[in-house]
Design a binder for this molecule. Structure first.
Ligand code: AMP
Length: 501
């Protein structure tokens, strides 16, 4: 029996294949075109970053950071992978030296582990010298390996679960605050979250996002960003879109903090009627109770106080102006007071777009203003707003709506016969391809019938037949595979004919 391993894509990841990839490319091309007409340039940040960047930007208490990140230690290459027992003493000394130069992270856990490992090594070394092998000795060795395992022998890094943190990090790192403000950037690429896979939810998924950093927080900026987003969806042919907007004020006592206190007070009164998650969130993050999808909580949530009634004057004015600006731009929206974000630096405008054909995972885009984020990451006070589109879901919705392009076969299949014709076939293929046609040139000679059969299977529009007759006369045969009509043409006439179609 064969014992060959059968490899499969890891759960929650998938291959994107033709013809679907043509739709992905079309969507990405549309994003590039639309975003550039609004003055955005592309940024391509790395796919992994220090874990600390995400725990700070996304928030250590969020599901994303606490449960869903793919994290690993990017171990320094200056250390052996698996030292033998006899070499552990040298290994620990080496770790200590690298710790002192900062090549191994200078964190308290490492300091402690190194200290303890040094002490434990002394015991183990003595035992090794005596050559004993008692049970207690094994325990000492085991403890030593545990101490070594606990050391972080390199930088703690994570695959990015989102890209806003990276864009803000890059803004600071490259002193972009010295460029004309605001700086408008877009990105596209894979993100990684260890979520439970289902339709529209993957562990490697793709986002297309844009951020506006710096400059004022004028409502026109929020509105123009949303206008751009809706234009993009429109150009993609996305159907049944619904734009939900809200303002979540800002983190002050006379604004969101006051509202959250009031919300908590009201939630405590109905605590017994809520599910376990919501009960916990009353303490940890009451705003998130508003996200609940539990059927029996909906009627209770409908009676809770609404943030719009608790915004400070400035936030109220800003929100009213954003709505007015959207109306001027002809962008249709729905106000949704339950659209919230749990982190302190999110403020004022939040928005989400849903689309049809996606079942429960129907959000194709989320976004909002985050004026405090750049500062939180060590940069100057900077205004910021952005969005992230779930590209997988956008594509799914387009496919459900019948917007997927059909598979494209070749324009011309070259049915060549005989070595004489082969050289001409190669030249013809090259010239036709240079002129922009999709050409299939079989690598081995096929019998006439087989060649035509293959051409039809591939969905080719024409077969160019090149045999001895054609080479001698210089008149090539072009067969239209849909109508079976044939015509004889010189090379130049054939090119002209195909171009004229
Ligand atoms: P977020 O970064 O969580 O605000 O998500 C922005 C958008 O990314 C969502 O509206 C979804 O369309 C998409 N998204 C988030 N998580 C996933 C996932 N695990 N699989 C597919 N799409 C996702």
């Amino acid at each position: 029996m064969s014992t060959k391993a059968k490899f499969q894509a890891i759960r929650g990841t998938r291959d994107l294949l033709p013809p679907d990839t043509a739709l992905w490319n079309r969507v990405e091309q549309t994003a590039r075109e639309v975003f550039s007409t609004y003055g955005f340039g592309e940024i391509r940040p790395p796919i992994f970053e220090p874990t600390e960047l995400f725990s700070r930007a996304v928030g250590g208490d969020t599901d994303i950071v606490s449960k869903e990140m793919y994290t690993f230690v990017d171990r320094t290459e200056k250390l052996e992978r698996s030292p033998t027992i006899g070499k552990l003493g040298v290994f620990i000394e080496r770790v200590k030296a690298l710790y002192e130069t900062g090549e191994i992270p200078r964190i308290p856990d490492n300091e402690l582990a190194i200290e303890r490992a040094q002490a434990k090594w002394k015991t183990v070394e003595a035992l090794l010298e005596r050559g004993q092998g008692m049970k207690e000795d094994l325990e000492d060795m085991y403890l030593l390996t545990i101490l070594i395992d606990a050391m972080k022998l390199g930088l703690d890094v994570s695959l990015r679960p989102e890209a806003t943190a990276s864009v803000c990090r890059a803004y600071i790192e490259h002193n972009m605050q010295q460029m004309p403000q605001p700086v408008k950037l877009y990105y596209m690429g894979p993100m990684f979250r260890r979520e439970r896979p289902q339709k529209g939810r993957y562990r490697q998924f793709y986002q297309i996002g844009a951020e506006i950093l710096g400059g004022p927080d004028a409502p026109a900026i929020d509105a123009e960003l949303i206008e751009m987003l809706m234009t993009f969806f429109d150009k993609c042919g996305l159907q049944g879109t619904e734009l939900n907007i809200n303002s979540i004020g800002h983190a002050a006592d006379n604004c969101r903090r006051g509202y959250v206190a009031k919300l908590r007070e009201e939630l405590l009164k109905v605590k017994d009627k809520l599910g376990a998650d919501s009960q916990r969130r009353i303490e940890t993050n009451p705003l998130r109770v508003l996200d609940s999808k539990l059927e029996h909580e909906q009627a209770i949530i409908a009676t809770l106080p609404r943030i719009a009634d608790h915004l400070c004057d400035e936030c109220k004015t800003h929100y009213a102006a954003v709505k007015r600006e959207l109306e001027v731009r002809g962008v249709i929206y729905r106000e949704n007071w339950r659209l919230v974000r749990g982190l302190d630096y999110y403020m004022r405008t939040t928005f989400e777009i849903t689309a049809q054909g996606l079942g429960s995972q129907n959000a194709v885009c989320g976004g909002g203003r985050y004026d405090g984020l750049v500062e939180l990451l060590g940069g100057p006070p900077t205004k910021g707003i952005g969005f992230a589109i779930g590209e997988d879901r956008l594509i799914l919705s387009l496919q459900e709506g019948g917007k997927a392009p059909a598979a494209q076969g070749p324009d011309v299949f070259i049915a060549w016969m005989g070595q004489n014709a082969y050289a001409t076939a190669i030249r013809a293929a090259k010239n036709l391809r240079n002129a922009g046609f999709r050409v299939e040139l079989p690598a081995t000679e096929l019998k006439f019938g087989k060649a035509l059969e293959r051409a039809s299977k591939l969905g080719s529009r024409f077969a160019l037949i090149l045999g001895d007759n054609e080479i001698q006369s210089g008149e090539w045969t072009l067969k239209n595979l849909a109508t079976s009509e044939q015509q004889k043409l010189s090379e130049q006439a054939l090119l002209n004919y195909l171009k004229s179609l």
